[in-house]
Design a protein around this ligand. Structure first.
Ligand code: X8Z
Ligand code: ZN
Length: 595
């Protein structure tokens, strides 16, 4: 671009920024007010029914949830609502941002269940309900060494994978975790067709593209961003991978493999590798604590930064603890946070047990809860009571999980003794086993699979083959033995079934958390980002609130720039781990880290 043109362009941007907001449009406002008023009760009813279906799995509760879902969708997807919103948006430039954004959100919600194809919408809601019931009601069984079979919880399976050094036992636990895939496969294929059909009705390329639209991006743009995240961390990931496979081979008395057998790792999907670094085992720090204490730590952390105590409804209505194996009631065992009435009714569904994973998960879930509470205020219209994008919602809880995993904080609250000698670099490596290891999984495998499933119509007889191709390429992991199409290992991951087309949220959140953390540590706490303690910092709390209380009233890129002065970038994350990369290269000298 020539200089003169550049000057003109900059002037135009300046003018656009200075352009006064048009006044609220009365016609648009009347439409939005009527829509919101009609929505609230139906939404609350559908959420309460879904809550019951997930906390007490039964045919009756699933059916009630399906019926409430149909009533809600009949309202949000009404053909006349779509028409009116489109007509109003046709003169977007004359509308203030707040109104335009509400209309856009309303259309995205309508696109999930357009009233123009009621039969397909009905089939989709029923299939979603049944898939949820199959997943949440599934009973896991683990074979013991003597061939007996016992009912177990997912926490029990995770325990074996975290602790056992017996490869045969590990393999049995890994196999137990994968048994849910085949029973979900047909439902997933049916849902793929129905989800794509609804999304295409309103002009989205695929269901994946519809979900990505929450970021104001196309599928291709999202894939490009995810590809960049993976590329950015590839050199570090390869070094971590190399270190890990050597350590694990030693632990299990095996030759060093090129790729890591999946059952060698401490997580069912290899999405994080805690417990691998010698001398940094955080689980014992929580041994003997009551599960409730972990949630209290989380609440106290937010309160120390100036957030309010959790409302009574949270404690009264949440479902927080693990049910024993064999309990007659079944519930969804994956953690989630709910905003049932888009106002004050906030709850969390968890299966908390006293270990490090649940310690960070409780902080993650309360991140969602405090986000809900922050934007539930009159200034934020009900239709914009969401994160700036979904990744921001995940990012707050992820940031706090990172913050409470730092030594100064753990020492401050007495979880970690002050006299415990811990090697700095090993602590950082342990940290990378969560954050860095997560990115190839989230941005590469999960996002790649869902993109192919929806956008590329991946054939049903290629689901497992494609899954393991991606796992090998991005994570450098192989299945314990070849896996045919009778398995459906992707479907063993909760989100593939009940949070479809959205997993890049977590990859985005991972990059975002380092950017936020860098800002809090350097600009607010004036400390090294590897040694920060947010506890008691009202200023850190105010920074987080300035993001959260805006909900989705502002474009996420603008909000990020306004609050941190920067655009999205992996710089802070790479800087955080820079000393680790140097150290790992030294440790892995003589080994080829490529997989
Ligand atoms: O699903 C979650 C949260 C609920 S929003 C517990 N997470 C992802 C996962 O478990 O796969 C948190 C990080 C990744
Ligand atoms: Zn979350």
């Amino acid at each position: 671009m020539g200089r003169r043109l550049l000057v003109l362009a900059l002037a135009a941007i300046g003018l656009a920024a200075m352009k006064p907001e048009p006044p609220a449009d009365p016609e648009a406002q009347a439409f939005l007010d009527a829509h919101t008023a009609g929505l609230l009760d139906l939404y609350y009813e559908a959420e309460k029914a879904a809550w019951l279906a997930q906390t007490d799995v039964s045919d009756e509760h699933t059916q009630a949830s399906i019926e409430a879902g149909k009533r809600l969708s009949a309202f949000t997807g009404r053909a006349e609502t779509i028409e009116r919103a489109r007509a109003l948006l046709a003169r977007r430039s004359e509308l203030p941002e707040m109104q335009a954004r509400q209309l856009e959100k309303l259309l995205l919600t309508a696109a999930e269940n357009p009233g123009t194809i009621p039969e397909v919408v009905r089939q989709r809601i029923e299939a979603e309900g049944k898939q949820g019931q199959t997943l949440d009601g599934f009973v896991f069984h683990l074979e013991t060494a003597d061939g007996a079979v016992k009912e177990v919880t997912p926490n029990d399976i995770d325990d074996v994978l975290r602790k056992s050094t017996d490869l045969a036992e590990r393999l049995r636990a890994w196999n137990a975790a994968k048994a849910v895939g085949p029973v979900l496969k047909d439902g997933l294929v049916t849902l793929r067709g129905l989800r794509n059909a609804v999304a295409r009705e309103m002009g989205h390329d695929s269901f994946f593209a519809l979900q990505v639209a929450d970021y104001g991006m196309t599928s291709a743009e999202m894939m490009e961003m995810m590809g960049r995240f993976v590329e950015d961390i590839r050199p570090l990931y390869e070094q971590i991978h190399c270190y890990a496979k050597r350590r694990l081979a030693e632990r299990y008395g095996q030759p060093v493999p090129k790729r890591i057998p999946a059952h060698w790792l401490s997580n069912r999907w290899g999405q994080e590798w805690p417990g691998l670094v010698e001398g940094v085992d955080l689980d014992p720090l929580f041994a003997g604590k009551k599960p409730e204490e972990l949630i209290r730590y989380a609440e106290d952390f937010y309160v120390s930064m100036g957030f309010p105590r959790l409302p009574a409804v949270f404690w009264e209505k949440s479902d927080l603890y693990e049910l024993p194996a064999g309990a007659p009631r079944k519930k969804n065992t994956h953690a989630s946070a709910w905003h049932l009435d888009l106002q004050n009714d906030v709850r969390s569904l968890m299966s908390v047990k006293a270990d490090f994973n649940w310690f960070t998960t409780t902080h993650h879930e309360l991140g969602h809860i405090y986000y809900y509470l922050c934007y539930s205020r009159p200034e934020v219209p009900v239709l914009l009571r969401e994160g700036a994008n979904r990744g921001f919602h995940e990012g707050i809880g992820e940031l706090v999980s990172l913050a409470v995993s730092q030594r100064p904080y753990l020492e401050d609250v007495g979880v970690l003794g002050k006299d415990v000698a811990i090697d700095e670099i090993r602590w950082l490596l342990n940290d990378a086993m969560t954050s860095i290891v997560f990115l190839p999984w989230a941005a590469g495998v999960m996002t790649g699979f869902e993109h192919d499933l929806y956008q590329e119509n991946l054939p049903a007889e290629r689901l497992n083959a494609r899954w393991w191709e991606l796992v090998a390429r991005f994570q450098g992991i192989d299945p314990p033995a070849p896996r045919g199409e009778e398995w459906c290992d992707a479907a063993t991951k909760t989100h593939i079934n009940d949070d479809p087309g959205q997993y890049y949220d977590y990859a985005f959140a991972t990059v975002l958390k380092f950017q936020f953390h860098d800002h809090v540590a350097r600009a607010i706490l004036k400390t090294d980002p590897r040694h920060a303690n947010y506890r008691g910092s009202k200023e850190a709390g105010a920074f987080l609130r300035s993001i959260m209380e805006r909900g989705a009233t502002r474009d996420w890129r603008k909000l990020l720039r306004e609050t941190t002065g920067q655009d999205l970038s992996g710089r802070a994350m790479l800087e955080y781990y820079a000393p680790l990369l140097t150290w790992l290269k030294e440790q892995n000298k003589g080994f080829d880290p490529a997989f």
